[in-house]
Design a protein around this ligand. Structure first.
Ligand SMILES: [Zn+2]
Length: 428
């Protein structure tokens, strides 16, 4: 039983108790008395939401040279209130065959704790030259086709992939939108800090060019297009213009792009290195406003663990990427809700039912609504609890969480996957 909490889902906000049995919500009422033997979660002062859905996670399997794995990443997901995630394909080898998709799904099922839907590379070997077997991958359960880690530069290849994706149920194309020719050799935003450090930058226009092209191809083909980790204001303008022309496009932003700017890299700390890079204060402002007004569909972590030695290197040599599964909701509450920029319900929508619908994970029982008969995929969150981020207390082995040491507000206290508790901050 979950008693005393306030439910927030796409039906609204209401004070109800929940009874869970056999993996499902079996009773929802303003007050339910516990029967003897019931395990009761005291949720007074907390909110109860559908389990979070993360559209972009790097599980590092199959892979070499990583200390993190499906096991540690899904534990991190559970700690962050996440009950379903989309795994990215830029592994070693990359996920471009049904066999590798099945491998990831089976590994994740064996571990439990979080439902995993694998994406697949849209080109063979992520080489950007030849479309992968889109139809077979779709039959294996893939919905997101992306070469994430890099963009597919050939417009002809993207067009072919989009044509094939457009006729497949639930399928969509996502792009790591950075024009390779403009970002090669770059390590942070092409701006003030890069100039001061004398390091080559990665310009925002590299993102805008790829997004603009892809939106044109999406309009041409009718394929559903998803902008991964949008980093700049210009991308939001392109998406708004495409929506006005009824192009089926969705867009996500990471917690780190909502939190930091290129100034975080001023001291050369590679902890804040990622692609696309952290940008200007004006870009961050536009991204925050996009979440607040709902024009950004989803907050997705781009959780990317790296062993400490790969992040301790110089800005030029270090690996790009940050972790974030355990902290994403708290970061969103701290950066958006606490200062009054966005409503809590808006943030929950961007982390629950809107991403669930994009990836088709609503069909797996994620994203709510919380109602009798629904699978009990839930998170209990104390929106007022402050906690200090200590990598030693996070499930991810790698310590490249950019919020480490920071105090955040909003704590996931319990996560339930089909009624089974996958995380509790209250356990000793
Ligand atoms: Zn990416």
């Amino acid at each position: 039983m979950i008693r005393g909490g306030e439910v927030i889902d796409r039906l609204g906000r209401r004070r109800v108790d929940l009874r869970i049995d056999d993996g499902r919500v079996v009773e929802v009422a303003p007050s339910i008395g516990p029967a003897s033997g019931d395990a009761v979660v005291d949720a007074r002062g907390s909110i109860v939401v559908p389990g979070l859905v993360d559209l972009q996670v790097h599980l590092r399997e199959p892979g070499v040279g990583h200390v993190d794995s499906i096991e540690t990443c899904v534990a991190a997901a559970a700690q962050g209130g996440v009950t379903a995630l989309v795994a990215m394909p830029n592994t070693t080898p990359c996920i471009d065959t049904p066999e590798l998709v099945h491998h990831v799904h089976e590994r994740a099922r064996a571990v439990g704790r979080c439902d995993v839907m694998s994406s697949a590379a849209m080109t063979v070997g992520r080489a950007g030259e030849r479309a992968s077997d889109i139809e077979a991958l779709h039959a294996a359960g893939v919905r997101l086709f992306t070469d994430d880690g890099s963009a597919v530069m050939s417009s002809a290849v993207v067009r072919e992939v989009m044509e094939r994706v457009s006729v497949l149920r639930g399928a969509y194309v996502g792009q790591h939108a950075e024009d390779e020719s403009l970002v090669v050799g770059g390590h942070l935003n092409d701006g003030e800090v890069a100039a001061r450090l004398g390091i080559k930058g990665r310009p925002a226009v590299a993102e805008e060019i790829v997004v603009a092209r892809d939106l044109m191809l999406a309009m041409l083909t009718g394929a559903r297009y998803h902008v991964l980790h949008a980093s700049c204001a210009g991308t939001l303008e392109l998406v708004a213009a495409a929506r006005a022309r009824r192009v089926p496009v969705t867009i996500e932003v990471t917690p780190q792009h909502l939190s930091f700017t290129e100034q975080a890299l001023a001291s050369g700390d590679a902890l804040y290195k990622m692609n696309p890079p952290l940008r200007t204060a004006a870009d961050r402002q536009a991204l925050r406003a996009g979440v607040a007004d709902g024009s950004i569909d989803a907050i997705a972590t781009d959780h990317a663990p790296h062993p400490d030695d790969r992040k301790a290197a110089s800005l030029v040599d270090a690996a790009p990427g940050m972790t974030g599964l355990e902290t994403s909701l708290a970061v969103a509450i701290t950066e958006l809700v606490v200062p009054g920029l966005a409503a809590l319900e808006t943030v929950i929508a961007a982390m629950c039912w809107r991403p669930a619908r994009i990836a088709g994970l609503d069909r797996w029982g994620h994203g709510g609504p919380i109602a009798v008969g629904a699978p009990a995929n839930l998170a209990v969150v104390d929106p007022a609890e402050s906690w200090q981020v200590d990598p030693a207390g996070l499930a991810t082995v790698s310590s490249n969480n950019p919020h480490r040491g920071r105090w955040l507000q909003g704590r996931v206290t319990h996560t339930f996957l089909r009624g089974r508790c996958t995380w509790s901050s209250r356990m000793p």
